[in-house]
Design a protein around this ligand. Structure first.
Ligand code: NDP
Length: 283
């Protein structure tokens, strides 16, 4: 079979349970809007079949694919190389064909950064980041690469928090410290950016972050990775205290934009992608 057999260029989304992925609508809306005869297809891949799936995608001429949990780390041995931030994080969510190679990238942190940069340049800034899981790790590494000066990681479990801070100290020039979450955390004066990188609030509009709200000052930039609900309790309360806020949907749209840029070389229309995502999510 030659690549010419395909009517469309193909990009995949490999996850262990592929049903109901709203990013399909977002990426396909971008392809359609820019008159690209491309398809973005959901592919349900079990962990034991991941290597065969990657080899198959390569053999069939896929331009790349996204991969989500549980494949973000285990996909790495099946790739030909890693982009700089994926190499630091040790996690891949976006694979890009470059020549004959499949290169692993991580667009979660890049999407966050792109969203953040609409409001503030993180270079030289002090940041408080709640969480030390996959999303927080991706954000922390991109903030470090973008020149943030200081990062305080606030996490419930010490082990995951310590692992992230050790990685940041080893690989990046920023000052990193860990606060193990015990009760409400008070953000220090002089902090520029406060981020919820945990899953607190996801599908739980009443859930609250362990944060002393009175420590949020007007002018701080507050961001949430949680995208459903879009206006989380954390963002609503931060806005009421005069902070500029950025929602998790912006991060999700921007990681989609970065992926489309990687695969196609074009910069897609953000508004078209956000509308398609909101419609697919019913928000
Ligand atoms: P992980 O499971 O890897 O990490 C979860 C993090 O949340 C950990 O730091 C965990 O702390 C913390 N946490 C969870 N529940 C609680 C709680 N009750 N109290 C205190 N801390 C808690 O998840 P991910 O990093 O992959 O995802 C985190 C969130 O980011 C999800 O809501 C996900 O939907 C969202 N996300 C958004 C994206 C976007 O584009 N907007 C992209 C990727 C993810 P501990 O270490 O103690 O367990």
């Amino acid at each position: 079979m030659s690549a010419g057999t395909f009517l469309h260029e193909l990009v995949g989304s490999m996850s262990a349970g592929a049903a109901g992925n709203p990013t399909v609508a977002m990426v396909e809306a971008a392809f359609a809007h820019h008159h690209l005869h491309w398809r973005y297809v959901n592919l349900e891949v079990s962990p034991e079949d991941l290597g065969a799936a990657v080899r198959g995608a390569k053999a069939m001429g896929f331009r790349g694919f996204n991969c989500s949990l549980p494949h973000k780390v285990t996909v790495i041995p099946h790739l030909d190389g890693l982009g700089p931030s994926a190499a630091v994080m040790g996690a891949v969510n976006c694979v890009v064909r470059r020549g004959h190679q499949f290169i692993g990238e991580n667009t979660d942190g890049k999407g966050f950064l792109k969203s953040l940069e609409t409001t503030i340049d993180p270079k030289g800034k002090s940041v408080v980041l709640f969480g030390a899981g996959g999303a927080a790790r991706a954000i922390a590494v991109e903030l470090g690469l973008a020149g943030a000066k200081r990062l305080t990681v606030v996490n419930r479990s010490e082990s995951r928090g310590a692992e992230l801070v050790a990685l940041l100290r080893k690989q990046l020039p920023l000052q990193a410290e860990l606060v193990v979450g015990r009760g409400d955390y008070a953000v220090a004066a002089g902090t520029d950016i406060v981020i919820n990188g945990t899953s607190i609030g996801l599908y739980a509009p009443e859930a609250r972050l362990p944060l002393d709200l009175a420590s949020l000052q007007p002018g701080m930039v507050v961001a949430d990775v949680v995208f459903n609900p879009v206006r989380t309790r954390f963002l609503v309360e931060a806005a009421a205290r005069g902070c500029a806020t950025l929602d998790g949907l912006g991060m999700l749209v921007n990681q989609g934009i970065v992926g489309v840029q990687f695969w196609t070389g074009i910069t897609p229309d953000a508004a078209v992608m956000r509308r398609a995502l909101e419609s697919a999510m019913g928000v």
